[in-house]
Design a protein around this ligand. Structure first.
Ligand code: SF4
Length: 157
């Protein structure tokens, strides 16, 4: 069983009330048991909502209190992001998830890239708050770009 970003499956839970539907992932969803989650909604944010970026670091620094998650207007939504990460971890643990497939680039779900905090559409290496917490607790985290090779490799072990 895998935790999957709901927007990748077609749920319109993005900040702009759209989705990130991924056809390759859709095939996977029909074969595997998955639990769809949207950490930002689980953290109490509305849809639609203002876009937010991590300022001053990556997901790890947000979890350790050294960086914040802010909207373009400077509203601090760190608490929502941390709560959503915690609830996603709780779901993963309750269901005994093997890992997670999360949307790349998101300040919650990004597993190798996040926006740089300037709201100029620039990505930099780093992980989102939820991806960071899941990894810290020992879960494997993949994105829509690399889940297939990693999960296949694992099955072939
Ligand atoms: Fe998708 Fe994750 Fe953003 Fe929710 S928090 S819209 S699941 S990328």
């Amino acid at each position: 069983m895998y935790i999957v970003s709901a927007c990748l499956a077609g749920v319109k839970c993005k900040y702009n009330a759209k989705d990130n539907y991924d056809p390759e992932l859709h095939k996977f969803l029909s074969r595997e048991k998955v639990q769809l989650v949207c950490p930002e909604q689980l953290g109490g944010l509305t849809t639609p909502r203002p876009p937010a970026e991590i300022v001053g670091g990556s997901g790890e620094e947000v979890l350790s209190g050294k960086a914040r998650v802010l909207t373009r207007e400077g509203i601090d939504v760190t608490e929502n992001f941390v709560r959503g990460a915690g609830e996603t971890l709780r779901i993963a643990q309750l269901l005994g998830a093997k890992g997670a497939i999360l949307k790349e680039g998101s300040p919650s779900c990004g597993s190798s890239l996040i926006y740089d905090g300037t709201f100029r559409g620039v990505k930099q290496p780093g992980q989102g708050v939820t991806a960071s917490l899941l990894r810290k607790e020992g879960l494997k985290v993949y994105s829509e770009n690399n889940f297939l090779e990693n999960i296949k490799e694992k099955k072939g072990d």
